[in-house]
Ligand binder design. Structure first.
Ligand code: G3I
Length: 330
């Protein structure tokens, strides 16, 4: 074993725990990770997640969604979400609530219900108000994925019944429930310039001109290796120019498997580029990984043949991407 490699092994535990600390030194609020309750059977996973030198923020990947929190009309279940909050509080980590209104993971009574404009707005307001009130003092993805990639509004149960009225209704209900919550609209493919980013700019501009509370735009950051859009920085700047903060809320950078050394090096560069971009935009408050390890990534399930999207591998070992993130914050 060379001296150099020996020194690396000695230093590894030190450098393997600094992503959040480095982000905060760069005046960001946090570097964090999504997590899902069933993953906590893995004690080593929880140990790494709970190291606040690396992770200063948690987002529940599933347990605050509508199907989990209001499975029957007016019947709320906070169990899974409470567990995430308790873990975060025990560790001293900030929470992002995810989410109030999304077309996916809805209980049948919402996705297949028959509503009037007024009855559905009432349901949206009650849902947002109840969960934001229960989990107070958080950052919230109040509206999740309202747009199609061409910039038109996604034809969800909410849009089909209320038009865009559900958006201000949800945001106002959230603000009334907790004046201190940070209220976000969150979507994917906002990294590239184009109709979707323009639609987000137009929506937030309109909401603000109507006095509707909106504090942030969440840029999810589900990216593909070698394809981090050059426009990420100008988009973040354009969003913060509206008078809102931005955050990278669900970062992962997937590849076509198998993960070769060259792809992992490119991925390191890509993570470096995304984090550097957030670092360079003062209104970009933080970055969240959509889980930190390939062991629990959603990617292989959603994109067969793709994966290896996270900075920790399936055995919970750090990958080159870890150092891409660390280098960019420093
Ligand atoms: O809870 C059921 C369980 O009862 C059942 O046995 C099992 C069998 O498949 O499915 C379980 O539900 C799964 C759920 O995660 C909880 O594990 C769903 O099938 C699965 O589709 C669902 O995936 C989640 C996905 O959202 C749904 O769209 C992922 O975990 C979650 O990471 C992902 O997160 C989304 C963000 O919320 C929004 N942005 C995109 C991001 C990635 O898709």
């Amino acid at each position: 074993m060379s001296k150099l490699f020996g020194a690396f092994l000695v230093l590894l535990p030190l450098v393997a725990g600094q992503l959040n600390r480095a982000a905060k030194e760069d005046k960001k609020l946090y570097f964090g990770s999504a997590t899902d309750n069933p993953e906590w059977n893995d004690t080593e996973y929880v140990r790494i997640l709970s190291n606040t030198a690396n992770f200063g923020q948690l987002t529940p990947a599933n347990s605050m969604k509508w199907d989990a929190t209001e499975p029957e009309p007016g019947v709320f279940n906070f169990t899974g979400g409470d567990q995430v909050v308790q873990l975060a509080e025990r560790n001293g980590q900030i929470m992002r609530g995810h989410n109030c209104v999304w077309y996916n993971q809805l209980p049948d009574w919402v996705s297949s219900g028959t509503f009037t404009n007024a009855s559905l707005l009432n349901i949206v307001e009650n849902h947002c108000s109840t969960i934001v009130n229960h989990w107070r003092g958080k950052i919230w993805d109040v509206i999740n994925e309202p747009f199609n990639d061409d910039g038109t509004f996604r034809e969800t149960i909410f849009f089909n019944v209320t038009g865009t009225a559900y958006i201000p209704a949800a945001l106002r209900a959230a603000r009334a429930a907790d004046p201190h919550a940070k209220l976000y609209i969150n979507d994917y493919n906002l990294e590239e310039a184009g109709p979707k980013a323009t639609a987000m700019i137009n929506l937030v501009t309109a909401l603000k001109s109507q006095g509707v509370p909106v504090d942030g735009i969440g840029v999810q950051g589900h990216l593909f290796v070698g394809e981090v859009p050059d426009s990420l920085e100008s988009n973040l700047q354009a969003f913060t120019a509206l008078g809102v903060e931005v955050a990278i809320t669900e970062l992962d950078i997937r590849m076509t498997l198998p993960a070769t050394e060259a792809l992992l090096e490119q991925q390191k560069q890509d993570y470096f580029n995304v984090i550097s971009t957030c670092k360079g935009v003062s209104g970009c408050v933080g970055v969240t990984l959509w889980d930190y390890t390939d062991k629990f990534s959603w990617v292989p399930g959603a994109f067969p043949g793709q994966g290896a999207a996270c900075p920790w591998d399936e055995n919970l070992n750090i990958k080159p991407a870890f150092f891409g993130i660390l280098d960019s914050w420093q």
